[in-house]
Design a protein around this ligand. Structure first.
Ligand code: IVH
Length: 680
């Protein structure tokens, strides 16, 4: 496969892991490297920005939240990191020179730089009017974010009232974060309660801030540092960034105490390096430093690009990396048959733990990096994430290093493998490794959460009782279990009770447990919320199979679901093998219903009643209804005073006349799309 296509597929995969499943597989630095390599290659080949993958930066918007448009976009920062194309020092110096030119400053004119820690949390926009917190909004896609005012209020992270002159309104931006001690304490209590622990403080904080029950956020210790005032009306702001931070602190906001001011790029760079070396002492995560032009009057003059303001630069820290010998490559077979290469390494100590195995991600990546057996490879471990092989130390390659050949058969069942995109699959659904992995997953905490049915017990059940399908777990008897290693009568009875209660985890958990391609926790919850029951979902799958376009439109309307994903989910649910598993689970008495709720409340649609009439140019009646209801609106068959909008298409009849007589707003499909924020 061509390198550009490989890189794009990898970025897509890692975005899905990060944004939809909240389970990143690689570190941010590794992601940045992949993305940088992708853009460098795009530049080499002259690919226009519009034709590149991922030009809209990550989106945190979550189903069920009201979305609000930011008055000014929440942008990213241009970054300087050590890499193939030079040192971060060099990039910072070049940036300062460029900035001087853009701001029309002589090379001798003073240009003070502020250096601030770059907090690794969740960005938030906070608007205060007349001294009161009016609204808090997440970054979202940078243009619109989720309204999280209740959550921010309950978290106690920011002041709810500040002393500013009456009539003043301003928007302050900052980072919500979970301090290390709070993260550890929270994880301890989650594990004690049998719940999945948070992956890392940043993901944990972002997940918590999207809790619907805001009161659950009280007392968790979520904190915030604010660092920027985006706009202000009826207030005079100080003219330097340093003074703005001091002003915010006097209002009662938490501002970072490690902000320093420097006269030259060299001094600012030295401050960044020194802080990076010391960062172990902080009680919260940072992922770099931010260098800002201190004089705010220059900010307007410099302006912004579509992606970042020209007055700031992010200095990225490199995570700890060490060289070690790659002794072997083993292949793991996953629950959906995906073959993953794993590096077996000479032991190396990284971030206080000894590492002997590391992920090689996929065969395309292994080949792209030209990893050979016997090579010295660089291994990296950051945060809670599993170790990774990041590069080969080519200067230390021995002539004896052997290129690795992709497997052509599954290492478990010897079935010839299939290549799909950047991945290799074992296509045999009865492959022993796949069956075992699927059952492990089904019983795991993130899916049906069967207490006491861990990986070892599943492995034994697979070998001794030839289990092949999840429904068979519910037919196990206490005697079946008591025969297993380390399971006495008491734990056998506990396990039977745990299996009985697992039958009531609801539709989303069952969907997670089925190991369908693309269906992680988030999509499973969205599907459950949109469809309400497995029966409804299967009905959609059948209708899709029969050529009805409405089911696809209904799943497409779920935020963040690509058309290919929606198709794949419907196709899988229509497959006889999956149907059989579902039928067996139904027969075993597993509850497959969910509370029905709106997928995402869109302001202007949520809570409003719509009536549809006539033929719309592109949407069918079902599609339009699905779009409205998933945005939190309701559809009615008759026009009344309560109707907010009549959506009229061609050949609209008596409903149109009635709406006109009642003064109900009449809109066409384009206006409906605009209301739903769907574009043309
Ligand atoms: S200034 C264009 N200052 O880093 C946004 N950002 O990578 C200007 N961040 O979206 C933000 N600490 O969420 C600024 N001291 C700091 C920061 C900071 C963390 C985050 C922020 C921003 C992201 C850009």
């Amino acid at each position: 496969m061509d390198e550009l296509t490989t890189l794009e597929a990898q970025l897509r995969f890692h975005d899905e892991r990060y944004y939809r499943q909240a389970e990143p597989e690689i570190t941010d630095t590794q992601y940045d490297e992949l993305r940088d390599r992708y853009h460098a290659l795009c530049n080499e080949r002259g690919l226009a920005p519009a034709d590149r993958y991922g030009m809209t930066p990550g989106d945190d918007r979550t189903p069920g939240f009201t979305t609000v448009r930011h008055r000014l976009p929440m942008l990213s920062l241009e970054k300087a990191a050590d890499g193939e194309d030079g040192s971060a020092e060099g990039k910072l110096a070049a940036w300062v020179e460029r900035t001087r030119k853009l701001a029309d400053l002589a090379s001798t004119a003073p240009l003070a730089l502020l250096v601030e820690p770059k907090i690794d949390g969740m960005s938030v926009s906070l608007t205060y009017r007349d001294g009161r917190l009016l609204q808090a909004v997440s970054r979202g896609d940078g243009i619109s974010g989720d309204l999280i005012t209740d959550q921010v209020r309950a978290s106690g992270a920011v002041p709810l009232e500040v002393a500013v002159p009456a009539g003043g309104t301003f928007e302050v931006r900052g980072e919500l974060y979970l301090p290390h001690a709070r993260f550890k304490a929270l994880n301890k209590s989650l594990v004690a309660a049998g719940t999945k622990p948070l992956i890392n403080p940043r993901n944990g904080c972002a997940g918590l801030m999207k809790r619907k029950d805001a009161s659950a956020l009280e007392g968790l210790g979520i904190s915030a540092f604010v660092y920027h005032v985006a706009w202000a009306e009826g207030l005079e702001l100080p003219s330097s960034q340093q003074a703005v931070i001091a002003w915010l602190a006097t209002l009662g906001f938490a501002t970072n105490p490690h902000v320093t001011r420097h006269a030259t790029a060299g001094d600012a760079a030295a401050a960044c390096r020194a802080f990076g070396d010391e960062r172990g002492g902080l009680t919260y995560d940072i992922d770099g430093m931010v260098i800002k032009i201190d004089d705010r009057r220059l900010h307007d003059r410099l302006g912004t690009t579509e992606h970042h303001p020209r007055w700031g630069l992010a200095w990225k820290f490199a995570p700890e990396r060490k060289p070690t010998e790659l002794r072997a490559i083993t292949v793991q077979v996953g629950k959906s048959g995906k073959l993953t290469p794993v590096a077996e390494l000479a032991p190396v100590v990284l971030a206080q733990t000894t590492v002997t195995r590391a992920s090689l991600h996929n065969f395309a990546e292994l080949e792209r990096k030209d990893v050979r057996l016997g090579d010295i490879v660089l291994v990296e471990k950051a945060g809670e994430i599993i170790p990774q092989v990041v590069a080969v130390v080519l200067e230390r390659r021995q002539p004896s290093a052997v290129a690795y050949a992709r497997p052509i058969v599954c290492p478990e069942c010897q079935t010839p493998v299939l290549t799909e995109d950047i991945f290799i699959f074992c296509p045999n659904p009865t492959c022993g490794a796949q069956v075992r992995e699927r059952l492990r997953h089904f019983a795991s905490r993130g899916a049906m959460d069967v207490q006491g049915l861990g990986e070892a017990a599943i492995d034994q059940l697979c070998t001794t009782r030839t289990l092949t399908s999840p429904a068979q777990l519910f037919a196990l008897t206490a005697e079946d279990i008591a025969g297993l290693e380390r399971k006495g009568d008491k734990s056998a009875h506990n396990l039977i009770a745990a299996l009985a209660s697992a039958k009531n985890r609801g539709l989303a958990r069952v969907l997670i447990g089925l190991c369908l391609h693309h269906v992680g926790e988030k999509l499973a919850e969205d599907l459950a919320a949109t469809c309400g029951s497995m029966a409804a979902l299967l009905d959609l799958a059948s209708r899709h199979q029969a050529g009805d376009p409405a089911p696809l439109a209904q799943l497409d309307a779920i935020d963040g679901v690509a058309d290919t994903t929606a198709r794949s989910v419907l196709d899988q649910l229509a497959s006889p093998a999956v149907r059989q598993v579902i039928d067996d689970l139904t027969a075993a008495g597993v509850n497959m219903t969910a509370e029905r709720k709106a997928v995402r409340n869109v302001a202007g649609v949520a809570g409003k009643t719509f009536v549809l009439t006539g033929t719309l140019p592109t949407l069918s009646r079902d599609q339009a209804e699905a779009l409205i209801t998933t945005a939190g609106g309701t559809c009615s068959g008759a026009v009344s005073k309560k109707t907010a909008y009549l959506v009229a298409g061609d050949e609209a009849g008596s409903k149109l006349a009635k709406a006109q007589s009642l003064g109900v707003k009449i809109i066409d499909e384009a206006a409906l799309r605009a209301l739903l924020d769907l574009g043309e």
